[in-house]
Structure formats: C-alpha cells, structure tokens
Design a protein around this ligand. Structure first.
Ligand code: PHE
Length: 356
C-alpha cells in the first residue's frame, strides 16, 4: 500500500514537470498522452485497481481521481500558457510602431515646368479679362501666312523654316505645322464672328480680348531653339486699344509672372507683316540674378488693317494690338534654365526639381 501511495504523490509533480518542459502545443499533447492516454500512467493505475477489494477500490479510486483532476488542471494551465505565449509572439511580430516617421512615397511625378508656366499665363491674363483660345497645330497656308498679310514669296514660307505636311488643303496648298500662334488671331475672330455681328447690330462694339497658348513648330534646333516650342498669342481689339494698353498689360503680366515689381519694359522697332507698327518688347530686371540686361521676350504690334479685314471686322472701328511670346523662353528666365532642350528630354533628375 505504502509504495502505491508514494507513486501517486510523485505522479502530479512529474506530470507538471513534463508539461512545463513541453515547448509547443503539439509537444504538450504528446506529454498528455504519457499520463492520460490509453496506455498512460493514470490509465495504468486505474487498470491496476481490478485486483483490489471493494473497500480499497473506494479509497484508491478517490485518490486516483484527485490525481487525475490535478493532472488535467496542470495540462489546461500549460495549454493556456502556451496559447498566451503564441499570441504574444504574434502580436510582437505584427507590432506597428506608430511613433516611426511615415514612409515617404517615391517620386510621384509633378507638373512639367512648361505646363506650370502655361497655367500661370492663363491665370494672369484671365484675371485681366482675357479669354483662352485654342486651335489646330496642323494649319493651312492661308491662316498661317496669307491671312496674316504675308506676301506669297515671304521667306518665312520657305521649306528651310517651315515643316510641311504631305497633304493639300482646298486651295491646293500644302498644310504646315503652324510656325507661330498668330493664325489664331484670325481663327478666334472668325470663331466668334456670329456673336460679334449680332452685337454690332445692337449698336455695341464687342471687344476681342484673348490669349492662345499652344505648340508651334519651326525647322530650328540648338540650345535656345527646339523644332517644337510653345508660344502664346495675345490679341486685344476694340475701340482705341493702344500701345499704352499693350505696355501696361504686358508689364503687369511680367511682374505677376516673375513675381517681381522692379521690371521695366521697352519697345524696340521691328517688323512683322501682320502688325504695323511692330515692336519687340524687351524687359529688364532692376534687381535679382537677371538684373541689368535687356531681355527680349515678345514680338508685338498694332494689328494690321488687312488682318482685321480678314477677321471679318472693320479696321476703321477695330484697332488694337497683338503679341506673341515664347512660353519656353519665359520658363527659362523664370527658372534660370540655360538649355531649352532640357525641357523636352524627359530627364527626371531635371523635371523632379519642379515640385510643389
Ligand atoms: N508671330 C510672331 C512670331 O512668332 C510674334 C508676333 C505675334 C508679333 C503677334 C507680332 C504680333 O515671331
């Protein structure tokens, strides 16, 4: 009897030690089998009771049950401990440190510097009441040259300067890629001819006040010329719209565009077939990195009566100015870029600098 009692007492700590030593849930189930399984130690004890008397069975059975309950409790305690440890391990592995700085996204792309300038130009002139016009890049000879008072043999028509398209228009003339945005002067006026005619009938004299930014093309390629470049045309026609208006308008634009107050503007006599008189507009910064030099920024002039006539308007009543400026040139000055070609090469190291 006494030896049996000792065995029973030893069994619980033995089981507790075996469970504690099981490092995983699977190992714990193996350890459980050693004690509570079909051939386990407790089961063997129960089998061993067969030989005992009824009285002995009572006490022995009760003792074994206490032991079994103890072992089961130890097993469950270890099971929860292992499950808890697993959970902690998982939480730790998936932990998020909310105090770490966020991961910045990579290069997200940005608006192209030419597009940024284009948008600025539209905004500044928009605030002055200028409409924004748009028209074709593949242009007829008539709109690109003839309507703008170019004589038939004007050198600008030469194949050395102009890209021609293998396609002729209804006049039998080859289409060209527009060499400037000036054809939009006449196109825009004609686009609005019906509205203007109706207003004129009512005794009004509707003004034309528009800018037209867009792509233009010339056979030309070096650090300051690209075969494709950008211009914006300005046109303001009405009653007595003068060079003084041109000067104040364009100077206001320059100050806004360059975010500088100390800019002066001068006219330099020039020649364009579609304006008379014609002038180059130069600006000079009085301070800053560009200070002191006269910078040529735009062709301009009073719109030639022949052009006004081609717009379907009366040159005796409609007087005003036009100008054509290079957007790329303005962008180069604004950003201090010395080679125009950089705008069109698509190098992200260059383009990535124009953010925000
Ligand atoms: N179209 C001219 C050019 O491309 C610029 C210009 C426009 C000049 C309007 C006068 C008036 O050089």
């Amino acid at each position: 009897m006494s030896s049996t009692t000792v065995t029973l007492d030893d069994l619980l700590p033995e089981a507790q030690a075996a469970f504690a030593a099981a490092p995983t849930a699977a190992a714990l189930e193996d350890a459980k089998a050693l004690f509570l399984g079909k051939t386990g130690r407790v089961t063997e004890l129960l089998k061993g009771m067969a030989a005992l008397s009824v009285e002995e069975k009572k006490t022995r059975g009760a003792q074994i049950n206490v032991l079994k309950t103890g072992i089961e409790a130890a097993l469950n305690a270890r099971r929860s401990a292992l499950a808890e440890a697993d959970l902690q391990r998982q939480l730790k592995a998936e932990a998020i440190d909310v105090t770490l700085p966020g991961r910045a996204p990579g290069f997200m792309g940005s608006v192209h510097p030419i597009t940024r300038c284009w948008a600025r130009i539209e905004q500044i002139f928009g605030e002055l009441g200028f409409d924004v016009g748009d028209g074709p890049e593949v242009e007829t000879d008539w709109f690109n040259f003839t309507a703008l008072n170019n004589p038939p043999n004007h050198p600008a028509r030469s194949m050395q300067d102009t890209f021609y398209v293998d396609l002729t228009d209804t006049d039998g003339q080859p289409y060209c890629l527009r060499t400037h945005t000036s054809p939009m002067q006449v196109r825009y006026a004609l686009q609005h001819a019906k509205r203007h005619a109706e207003a004129l009938k009512r005794g009004e004299l509707p003004e034309i006040r528009v800018i037209v930014p867009g792509r233009t093309y010339r056979v030309d390629s070096d650090a300051t010329h690209s075969p494709m470049f950008h211009q914006f045309e300005g046109l303001w026609l009405g009653e007595n719209v003068s060079f003084a208006d041109l000067k104040s308008t364009y100077l206001h634009f320059c100050k806004q565009f360059f975010e500088a107050d100390d800019i002066v503007l001068r006219f330099r006599p020039s020649y364009f077939p579609f304006t008379e008189p014609s002038a180059e507009m130069d600006i000079r910064f009085e301070s800053g990195p560009l200070a002191g030099k006269w910078l040529e920024v735009s062709g301009s002039g009073q719109v030639h009566p022949n052009v006004v006539r081609n717009m379907g308007l009366d040159p005796e009543r409609y007087v005003g100015f036009a100008f054509g400026s290079g957007i790329d040139r303005l962008a180069m000055l604004r950003y201090g870029v010395s080679d125009l070609r950089q705008f069109f090469e698509g190098d992200l190291r260059f383009l990535g600098q124009f953010k925000g």
